[in-house]
Design a protein around this ligand. Structure first.
Ligand SMILES: Cc1ncc(COP(=O)(O)O)c(C=O)c1O
Length: 438
């Protein structure tokens, strides 16, 4: 797929149709449940669509495995976090086998890896995060800092501050190695950032940041929730040591599907997790009196894996592997390029402002558009226009192309409806309804 978009043709629907016609990934849309063909679902970065095969595979698991095998099933279910992790590593992380597990939630995995990393740097008392990081990461790290008596630095890249906030220069929230280095020292144990920012979509340089932290002896935990399945992460090439992420966004594995964690072989046996569950015990079924962690990636597993959840992960990442992460990344780049061209032509004159880098290499599968009435507009898009985006505080509408289930025409139609909604002022009739989920 060509990376070049013709901005002069972007406002023609026939142009979006021609992009679909040339799209080698277009055929994947039919492999998902599309209940309403008129719906423009531009929120696949929040919850991916349901692959039809998942219904079949999960149903087969229920009736033919759990239902029939009962407890004997554990003889072949017990280690499934590892092959599922290897599949994910191969298909989206650019990582070798034996370093990834599909387990628990991103939040739990984040806690496990952050504490393990901090403990691996005894005597160091500083940890660093950024203000634009996803709330769960900020809150968990601040809890860890309180528990362990650490100095928490929040790089203030969105103006909203946070514990130990220091202002930094960060257009579109982007963290650079240069900005980070100002706060690195021999006292820093851990830095944690996102591979794609959940709000702005900015994509920091994994290698440069990991390298600069390593120069000061610090470890980096990357949260790849908005990156895995949208861009090529190349963990081996980028020298990533520690990462976590979810599978329910571009991974299309279902609400609350198991997350993943990655620990590079370089440091695998050096670290000790804080939650020493029985799955991490070397001789798990001896059930002995003392804890002895396994020497493999199982050292990072807490507990019984969700086999139903893992089956959904397997279906989705096999599809991603077949499609190829490079092709997926190229479509995400072109789809977001189309969004930006339509923003420039239609939305900028209506008071919108792009909050995402224009260089496709510096973003993933989503963009944000800031507007003073963003919350009301996002709600009205759902209620009046059959377009699903999401809203992120304080003033952003977030819109994504999930390359396997989303077409270019779906993006184009969604943007036209957004233009019409704001141009007409119709969105003003919609009352903010107090739904907890935005
Ligand atoms: C960057 C990031 N980290 C973590 C999470 C949430 O993690 P969990 O699955 O533990 O709720 C999200 C959810 O959207 C996220 O965007």
């Amino acid at each position: 797929m060509s990376m070049v978009l013709d901005p002069n043709s972007a406002t023609q629907r026939s142009y979006a149709e021609s992009l679909d016609a040339a799209d080698s990934l277009a055929k994947y849309k039919a492999l998902f449940q599309i209940s309403d063909p008129d719906l423009c679902y531009l929120d696949g970065n929040s919850l991916g669509r349901l692959p039809l095969k998942t219904v079949e595979v999960v149903n087969h698991f229920l009736t033919q495995e759990w239902g029939k095998e009962l407890v004997d099933g554990w003889s072949h279910w017990i280690d499934q976090a590892q092959p599922a992790g290897d599949l994910l590593a191969r298909s989206v992380l650019g990582a070798n086998p034996g370093q990834t597990l599909v387990c628990d939630t991103t939040s739990v995995n984040f806690y496990q890896l952050c504490v393990a990393a901090i403990k691996a740097r005894p005597g160091r008392k500083t940890v660093i995060i950024d203000a634009a990081n996803f709330p769960t990461d900020r809150y968990i790290l601040s809890g860890i800092a309180d528990q362990l008596g650490l100095n928490l630095i929040t790089l203030d890249n969105d103006g909203l501050g946070g514990p130990g906030a220091v202002p930094i220069d960060a257009p579109d929230e982007m963290i650079t190695a240069e900005e980070l280095e100002k706060y690195l020292s021999e006292d820093v144990a851990l830095v944690t950032l996102q591979a794609i920012h959940y709000r702005s979509g900015a994509r920091p340089n994994l290698k440069e940041i990991t390298d600069i932290a390593r120069k000061y002896g610090a470890l980096v935990v990357w949260d790849c929730s908005h990156a895995a399945g949208a861009i090529s992460l190349d963990f081996e090439k980028n020298g990533v040591d520690l990462a976590v992420g979810c599978t329910y966004k571009y991974g299309n594995s279902g609400p609350g599907s198991p997350a993943w964690l990655f620990v590079s072989k370089r440091i695998q046996t050096e670290l000790r997790v804080p939650i020493q569950g029985w799955f991490s015990q070397e001789k798990q079924f001896e059930m002995g009196p003392f804890y002895e962690p396994a020497e493999t990636i199982r050292r990072y597993q807490i507990a019984s894996p969700s086999i139903i959840g893992i089956r959904g992960v397997q279906v989705a990442y096999e599809m991603i592997e077949e499609a190829g992460i490079e092709a997926i990344e190229a479509k995400a780049a072109l789809g977001t390029e189309l969004m930006i061209a339509l923003h420039d032509a239609w939305l900028k004159p209506l008071g919108f402002e792009l909050g995402t880098p224009r260089n496709p290499k510096l973003r993933g599968g989503h963009i944000i558009l800031k507007h003073k009435d963003a919350k009301q507009i996002a709600l009205a898009l759902r209620k009046l226009k059959n377009v699903i985006p999401d809203y992120r505080e304080p003033n952003a509408i977030r819109l994504a192309i999930s390359p396997l289930p989303t077409s270019f025409v779906e993006v184009w139609d969604g943007f036209l409806r957004l233009k019409e909604l704001v141009e007409s002022g119709d969105y003003k009739s919609v009352q903010i309804d107090g739904n907890r989920v935005t």
